[in-house]
Design a protein around this ligand. Structure first.
Ligand code: HEC
Length: 95
């Protein structure tokens, strides 16, 4: 799941805002640290937020020019969302 998720994160939209290394850009937050703007960082919460996205009015980071669309603006399936969420989960739950 994690390897599949890694292979989804990079070609999908995610890296355009969250960075190739998922350390964040002006368009999207760091997903590696253990600080979360929107969620508590649990796996189900990651699945939920990637599915729904984050509307502009709810975004906390001031620099973000765009909302995060549902599914990151992609047509990822529910299964692919679960895979990419597993990948994101492991990024922030290292060591
Ligand atoms: C257009 C830019 C953009 C794209 C594309 C995008 N995101 Fe986001 N993402 C954001 C923004 C902005 C936030 C909210 C940050 C805030 O509230 O400060 C966010 C929040 C998140 C969060 C919650 C982070 C937190 O700190 O609470 C996760 C997890 C996440 N995105 C994963 C993904 C994944 C996985 C993809 C690809 C399927 C993706 N994002 C695609 C911009 C983007």
């Amino acid at each position: 799941m994690i390897a599949v998720g890694d292979s989804i994160f990079h070609p999908a939209s995610c890296q355009r805002c969250h960075g190739m290394d998922a350390k964040g850009t002006v368009r999207g937050p760091d997903l590696i640290d253990d600080k979360w703007a929107q969620i508590d960082g649990t796996y189900p919460a990651i699945v939920a937020i990637v599915t729904t996205g984050v509307p502009k009015s709810k975004i906390k980071m001031a620099s973000a020019p765009f909302e995060m669309k549902a599914r990151g603006g992609t047509n990822l399936s529910d299964e692919q969302i679960r895979d990419v969420a597993a990948y994101v989960y492991t990024l922030s739950h290292h060591s």
